[in-house]
Ligand binder design. Structure first.
Ligand SMILES: Cc1cc2nc3c(=O)[nH]c(=O)nc-3n(C[C@H](O)[C@H](O)[C@H](O)COP(=O)(O)OP(=O)(O)OC[C@H]3O[C@@H](n4cnc5c(N)ncnc54)[C@H](O)[C@@H]3O)c2cc1C
Length: 351
């Protein structure tokens, strides 16, 4: 079924989230689509626990904290979320509206589209093992276990050798619900901060994480169940590693993918925009954040915030067919209503 909407934001990175906020201030609610299962883009996926020092008014916060604050800021608006969803096609319709199609089969007919796609869709690196694809989403998951996954009493194998894989195994062991947690990597060497490695060692010593130094060569199945991985040890011997759930944490890579096919003017994998409203070469489509380019462009979050603000004003004028007056969140009753906050009483100029 086709859903009609005023705005679609492609990408839930920091700039996409702030785009939702600025659209909200214009009275425009948005659908937000991201290939990742969570909001935050690079901030969460690439440096979730690292400090950022150059967000105006926030002397320091981590990438994950910034995403959390932005989500808090857009909470008043009725955003429609499409996570774990790749935008596969964007086409201009005869009436000028824009049809956004997703990997989950959704079709959104939008009057405006904001591409906040950063360096492309973050998609997990996948396992190249014959037959494993049919278990993806049920017994095999990439990067994260879904919140709905039931691990109680089950043998969970985490596959990977870097910090996110170690962190996932440690989290699962500390939760204490899984019957057994194994960390599978080709060598007994892990790349993670010292504190995490120490915690891993403690959990290994306590028998709560079992490290398996082996490589996956195949799978074993029974009916519609994945029952074991076939693995080869460092000495070349093969064996079966029984399991209930596999979380492959092999990293993510950004893929510009379909964006390059949408007929938009580009320069070296970036969308060309004007700096008045960050319009692309196609009417109704705006591009903000790391995905765009223009003279003087700097790939910084605060620059993306500015771009999103002007794009929202530009789109609002088109959608409303009229000039949009500047209003302050400090004093505007209309903005207070949109934000769901009580009007502030302002001191008079003489006090
Ligand atoms: C290590 C590191 C440190 C950094 N430190 C700072 C810093 O201190 N200060 C600063 O200002 N900047 C910093 N940056 C840069 C900053 O992270 C980026 O400028 C910012 O994340 C850009 O935000 P964005 O929303 O444009 O894109 P992104 O954060 O890249 O988010 C884009 C989102 O769009 C999604 N997406 C893309 N294509 C599709 C599609 N077709 N379908 C569905 N979803 C799609 C992606 O999955 C992604 O989640 C740092 C970057 C890195 C890598």
């Amino acid at each position: 079924m086709i859903q009609e909407t005023d705005a679609v934001v492609i990408g839930a990175g920091p700039v996409g989230l702030f785009q939702v906020f600025q659209l909200g201030l214009q009275g425009i609610t948005a659908h937000v689509i991201d290939a990742l299962p969570h909001a935050g883009g690079q901030c969460v996926e690439l440096y979730g626990d690292k400090p950022i020092y150059d967000i105006p008014g926030i002397p320091v916060c981590t990438g994950r904290e910034l995403a959390g604050l932005l989500l808090q800021q857009i909470a008043p608006f009725k955003t429609q979320w499409h996570l774990n969803t790749l935008v596969s096609a964007l086409t201009v319709q005869a009436d000028g509206r824009l049809l956004v199609e997703t990997s989950q089969g959704a079709q959104l007919l939008a009057r405006s589209v904001f591409i906040a796609a950063g360096v492309g869709a973050f998609v997990p690196r996948t396992l190249k093992v014959d037959g494993i694809e049919r278990f993806v989403g049920t017994q095999v998951h990439y990067q994260h276990l879904p919140a709905t996954a039931d691990v109680a009493g089950r043998h969970v194998v985490v596959h990977g050798g870097d910090e996110p894989a170690v962190a996932r195994a440690v989290e699962l062991a500390e939760q204490g619900q899984a019957a057994r947690v194994s960390l599978l990597h080709r060598r007994d060497v892990f790349h993670a901060p010292d504190a995490l490695l120490q915690r891993l060692q403690q959990l290994r010593d306590a028998g709560r994480i079992h490290v398996e130094s082996a490589q996956i060569t195949g799978i074993e199945t029974a009916g519609d169940q994945l029952t074991a991985l076939q693995v080869v040890d460092a000495d070349g011997s093969t064996r079966a590693l029984a399991l209930d759930l596999l979380v492959a944490v092999l990293g993510i890579s950004p893929r510009l993918g379909p964006i390059a096919d949408w007929g938009l003017a580009m320069d070296r994998k970036q969308l060309l925009v004007d700096t008045e409203a960050f319009r692309t070469s196609v009417p109704g489509i705006y591009a903000v954040g790391d995905i765009n380019t223009y003279p003087g462009k700097r790939k910084l979050i605060l620059c993306g915030f500015h771009e999103a603000t002007l794009a929202a004003f530009g789109a609002a004028e088109v959608l409303k067919g009229d000039k949009v007056a500047l209003q302050y969140t400090t004093t505007s009753p209309r903005l207070h209503q949109l934000l769901g906050v009580a009007p502030a009483s302002m001191p008079s100029a003489s006090t």
